[in-house]
Write a protein that binds this ligand. Structure first.
Ligand SMILES: [Zn+2]
Length: 263
């Protein structure tokens, strides 16, 4: 496949993009070879917004998720996915986040277990957000042997934890961080790494070099792909082919057909 995919963005979130800006971002993405995007839910309402946006464009897909930072709000609430699951391609973002003090570990564990159960019952992969919590995450995930091959989005942890994640079969979500954060875990990479990664912007956040200072958008996948091609000494086409195949395999996406804007 000779096109790129943004496997994790928040283009549907009207706090960051107006409808008009989102439409424009899709056009830019298309002009830069980014033909499919996955809009990632962070709460029940936000997931429904991702769903609505996906209904407007053939090559926009969505996931249902509740971010770990909102775990307490969902402690007693039942998780109700919508009946219409067209274009629902995964569960996420879900996970554990111990970055800011005051987090509620019990609530995060409970929610994550319920969400992984949901992914298994719907036969869908997960997009995991795990920050400063990988050892706990690995032990929890080990209790779910039926978990489908899933993604650790926005990976920025240690080299050791990267090796463990790969050993355990997780795919690694690479975004703009790799272009500016000087992360130890990505210092020495071999081209084989391409079999296990997918590209994401996490737009509007984490804008890659050379667009730092601007709001991030799906078209910037192209900049991440170029950076990686250069770093690994492979062609941009190889980056596109491998990462696109990985995303399509994990999230079971159809071929992009005639581009992002067709509905
Ligand atoms: Zn995100």
């Amino acid at each position: 496949m000779n096109y790129l995919i943004d496997s994790h963005c928040h283009l549907h979130d009207r706090e960051f993009f107006t409808q008009e800006q989102a439409e424009k971002a899709l056009e830019t993405a298309s002009s830069r070879g980014v033909e499919q995007i996955i809009c990632i839910g962070t709460s029940h309402e936000d997931s429904l917004a991702a769903q609505s946006f996906s209904e407007l464009h053939k090559n926009v897909f969505w996931t249902y998720g509740v971010h770990p930072e909102s775990a307490e709000n969902y402690a007693k609430a039942s998780i109700k996915t919508p009946k219409n699951r067209d274009k629902l391609v995964g569960i996420g973002e879900i996970g554990l986040d111990y970055h800011y003090s005051g987090y509620n570990k019990t609530a995060q564990f409970n929610l994550l277990e319920r969400m992984i159960d949901l992914s298994i019952s719907l036969d869908l992969p997960c997009s995991f957000h795990v920050r400063d919590a990988l050892p706990d995450f690995f032990s929890l995930a080990a209790n779910f042997p039926k978990l489908k091959p899933s993604v650790l989005h926005s990976f920025s942890d240690s080299k050791e934890n990267l090796s463990i994640a790969l050993e355990k079969g997780f795919f690694i979500g690479i975004n703009g961080l790799i272009t500016f954060a000087n992360l130890d875990c990505f210092k020495e990479l071999s081209p084989e790494f391409l079999d296990r990664i997918i590209l994401e912007t996490d737009a509007p956040f984490l804008t890659p070099v050379p667009k730092r200072g601007k709001i991030n958008e799906p078209g910037n996948i192209k900049d991440i792909a170029l950076y990686l091609a250069n770093k690994l000494g492979v062609s941009e086409q190889e980056i596109a082919e491998k990462t696109t195949n990985n995303v399509r395999k994990i999230f079971n996406l159809p071929d992009s057909g005639s581009g992002i804007k067709q509905s």
